[in-house]
Design a binder for this molecule. Structure first.
Ligand code: PLP
Length: 398
């Protein structure tokens, strides 16, 4: 029987119980190395004449099951697992650029991705530019002869601006440039950039793929095997691999991805509508809101609005920080996609590394907060926000 549906692939893809003594769940191969029956067998394995496991930095059966599942979910040819989302970002970029190349990036990216690009520029002279990516002309004007990669996040962390993937791909293809999409905020359940023409999708699997706040991990999915072939030696030699136990936890997390995200999206809509009607809230940025300027593109490429949004408090940085200090159930923490509702202050946390002037150009103001809605009852999330807003308002008045 062919298992075609996304929800079924989340549970079964890449694993046959009959190959593992009937074990319902994939076994955890907690081993660093693999034994060869003879020296000649080992020689053949190293020469690539046998498809054996050799050493867990090069490959591991539990990790391989996860990779096969992720490749199927994103509809790519090959997936590669990494020790963190940043390992996935850096290996991807390293595999695509050489000295003297240029990277074009969405204006608004995760703070450490920004830090990595800065490091490449300062240490190795690999330059980058930022682009709003609103129109084809704007992208074309910023493409240089040496541009090798267009790197985008959509929705952008934390402003939730949505970029039209198909439009970016169209310009990139005309210029023979590889398009990479960081799909962390959506997961393949909400958005599949490879089906919209991009070449590589990557994830901080720490987020929705895990879903339980207990793993730091990354995944890259390549549309074509050739792209993965360029990345495999980099992963091997830099060594930022995923541990078998983390792969096992991610396989478990993936099984509930669709049901978790459905609930998170529903909860997010309810919380967004509460905040939109509150006088202390200036603006809410949520691509699933039909009044949002991002709604048209979001509804073209995303299944639902997602579980993350940003909002601004009608006040100063101090008022904004005070407000979250009053929260009781909602936790102040970076990361997203977990069962718990989390809130963070991007200007002083995830994007603190971005210089203030650029941060503000990216739309990350001192009164902005990012919230990742969890699986709690939405009424409890709203009640916690309400009591914190009341307390912080009375403090301001005093
Ligand atoms: C959009 C995005 N990409 C990449 C990363 C890096 O992932 P990790 O923390 O797993 O290294 C993050 C982390 O928050 C992120 O939000």
């Amino acid at each position: 029987m062919k298992k075609n549906q996304f929800d079924t692939k989340l549970i079964h893809e890449g694993y046959k119980t009959s190959e593992y003594h009937g074990s319902l769940t994939p076994p955890l191969f907690h081993t660093s190395t693999y034994t060869f029956p003879t020296a000649q067998h080992g020689e053949q394995s190293f020469a690539g004449e046998r498809d054996d496991f050799i050493y867990s930095r090069l490959g591991n059966p539990t990790v391989q099951i996860l990779e096969e599942r992720m490749a199927a979910l994103e509809e790519g040819e090959v997936a590669l697992a990494f020790g963190s989302g940043m390992a996935a970002v850096s290996a991807t970029i390293f595999s695509l650029i050489s000295t003297g190349d240029h990277i074009l990036c969405s204006k608004g990216i995760y703070g450490c991705t920004y830090g990595f690009l800065e490091m490449l520029e300062n240490k190795f002279g690999i330059e980058h530019n930022f682009c709003e990516m609103d129109t084809e002309e704007e992208i074309q004007n910023l493409i240089q002869e040496n541009t090798k990669v267009i790197f985008i996040e959509t929705p952008i962390n934390p402003t939730m601006k949505v970029i039209d993937i198909e439009m970016v791909v169209e310009v990139a293809k005309k210029n023979n440039i590889t398009v990479v999409v960081d799909n962390t905020f959506c997961s393949p359940y909400l958005q599949k950039p490879l089906t919209q023409g991009c070449d590589i999708v990557l994830h901080s699997a720490t987020k929705y793929i895990s879903g339980h706040g207990d793993v730091v991990a990354g995944i890259v999915v390549c549309k074509a095997k050739e792209l993965a072939d360029r990345m495999i030696p980099i992963r091997k030699d830099i060594g930022a691999i995923m541990s078998p136990f983390d792969a096992w936890l991610l396989l478990r997390g993936l099984k509930t991805l669709a049901v978790r995200m459905d609930r998170q999206c529903e909860n997010a809509k309810k919380v967004v509508s509460f905040l939109q009607s509150h006088p202390m809230v200036k603006e809410v940025f949520y691509p699933g809101d039909f009044k949002s300027q991002n709604y048209f593109i979001a509804s073209k490429q995303m299944k639902k609005g997602g579980g993350v949004f940003a909002f601004t408090i009608d006040g100063t940085k101090k008022d904004t920080q005070e407000f979250i200090n009053h929260l009781e159930m909602i936790k102040i923490a970076v990361s997203l996609g977990d069962t718990e509702t989390l809130v963070q202050h991007p200007a002083t946390m995830t994007h603190a590394v971005v210089p203030k002037e650029l941060r503000e150009k990216m739309g990350i103001t001192d009164n902005m907060l990012r919230m990742s809605v969890g699986l709690e009852a939405w009424e409890d999330i709203v009640a916690d926000l309400q009591q914190a807003l009341i307390k912080s308002n009375s403090n301001t008045v005093c």
